[in-house]
Ligand binder design. Structure first.
Ligand code: SF4
Length: 196
């Protein structure tokens, strides 16, 4: 049996992340690690080490069905892995991230007030005021936290729903970070097919 590595336990990370953000939204900033580290590894190493070994979210989607003995193991619809959907979703996700940054900017400049809510599926605003105490951080920092946590939670929920209906890591098929690192690896290797 393959010896367990420290990163085999990284599935704990997303659970910890969402738990911390539940009690204090400022911990949402830690999610930037999941944004920047895969890009850094892809640019510097030209590989998908993050996706293959380090991604807590990918590991969590694999661990849950194994632990609770459920998954339909059904292949996801082919359009989910089509180029137009993967890159379309990447553009959409990037636009949503830019919107988070824009809302942060508005609060920073005093043009908007802090919204202490988490927006699920880019639609439903859930009050989350208990997770922020006024004055503990600049309001713009809190606004970014609420927005970024919304993105992270929404994408995790989509991944969990897909995990229940299809193969455990179906989210990885069109995950924006996976698509971005794949593009970077392709550019680095010019024509070689990186593993996904
Ligand atoms: S594709 Fe996304 S969720 Fe899957 S392992 Fe890579 S970064 Fe993690």
């Amino acid at each position: 049996m393959k010896k367990k590595q420290w990163y085999d336990y990284l599935w704990i990370w997303p659970i910890l992340y969402f738990a911390l953000g539940f009690f204090n939204i400022l911990f949402a900033w830690l999610g930037m690690i999941d944004f920047l580290l895969p890009l850094f590894i892809a640019v510097m190493g030209g590989n998908k080490f993050f996706c293959n070994d380090l991604c807590g979210r990918g590991r969590l989607f694999a661990v849950i069905p194994k632990t609770f003995k459920f998954t339909r193991k059904k292949a996801a619809p082919a359009w989910l892995s089509s180029k137009w959907f993967r890159y379309g979703f990447l553009v959409f996700f990037a636009a949503m991230f830019c919107n988070v940054a824009y809302q942060t900017w508005l609060v920073f400049g005093g043009a908007a007030s802090l919204k202490e809510t988490v927006k699920l599926f880019w639609t439903f605003r859930v009050p989350w005021g208990w997770a922020y105490t006024a004055g503990t951080a600049p309001e713009w920092a809190a606004q970014f936290s609420f927005g970024f946590y919304s993105l992270m939670l929404t994408s995790a929920l989509i991944g969990l729903i897909l995990m229940m209906f299809y193969r455990p890591r179906t989210w990885c098929v069109f995950c924006p970070m996976g698509s971005m690192t794949q593009l970077i690896c392709k550019a680095r290797h010019r024509g070689e097919e990186p593993d996904r």
